[in-house]
Design a protein around this ligand. Sequence first.
Ligand SMILES: [Mn+2]
Length: 326
Amino acid sequence: MEIRFSTGIWVFGAGVERFAPTGYKPARPIVELIKEAGRVEGLQGLEFHYPTEVNEENVKQVKDALSTANLKAVAIAPVLSQEAQWARGALSALDESTRRRAVERCKKAIDIARELGAEILIIWPGREGFDFPFTTDYRKLWNNYVSSIKEVAEYGPEIKVALEYKIEDPSSYLLHGSAARALTTILELRMQGIKNVGINVEFAHAKLAKEYVPEAIVLISRYNALYHLHLNDIFTEVDLDLFPASVHLLEFAELLYWLKETNYSGWFGLDLFPRYLDAAEMVRQSIENVRAIYRALESIGWERIRKVIDSNNPIEAQKLIRELLR
Ligand SMILES: [Mn+2]
């Protein structure tokens, strides 16, 4: 399995969050951030938000900076959450003019993706849901949401539209809380002939959905819908984008095994939040974590691991776990 690493350019940014409203670091120009990303050994691609990080005004500059840094544009993620205009929903908004603005933003993000040669449009539906009981006609909400995704996907048939599910936050209850829920939209759209909608599995979001991530990616792979990965980690309930495998080490090992077994050929995206850490160093350590686990699996041997799994024997599995720790 070829492992190609990408990360979000936001990882190198100021790091604004609700407990650090002005960020942990000073804001810097996008070209400087790309330059810094280019110095991370093993990093081959970058992901951008539209329009906050890349937009019509700076796209040429971004393109040049990427080529100088020898990095590929991997994905564009339209901002559909972190603005007051999306407080009551974006692609699912019951207010029709808001919904139109959200769809148009996604189409413009596709235009930017085309210009940069990025193949993936990441939709993080952080406001596609509701906040309070007895406030929402769920039939309208789902109809709006699915038809917006359809319109976006039809606009960019060569683009992979990747839904990044999460159970809650910022909205109180999100339509796409789990892999299976995202799959319902994907399968509904396939019945209407739309074949370019899939999933971006973020490790931490899958944990929030109480999924076991290796099994979740196998389920998604059954439908050839695993378009992208956002690797990171989480302790319990707060999504702070920790180093991949720094908490769920064994689950990560099994995840890598199943990515290989299901012939995953996409990018290994790193969605991290360095806070007070040096961003480049956090990306480096994340790449090394993934590589080290992959090497450990390789040294045991794929055949041996497959045999243990096929034996369906928990005792043999404990021996395999100890082999991994050697
Ligand atoms: Mn993410």
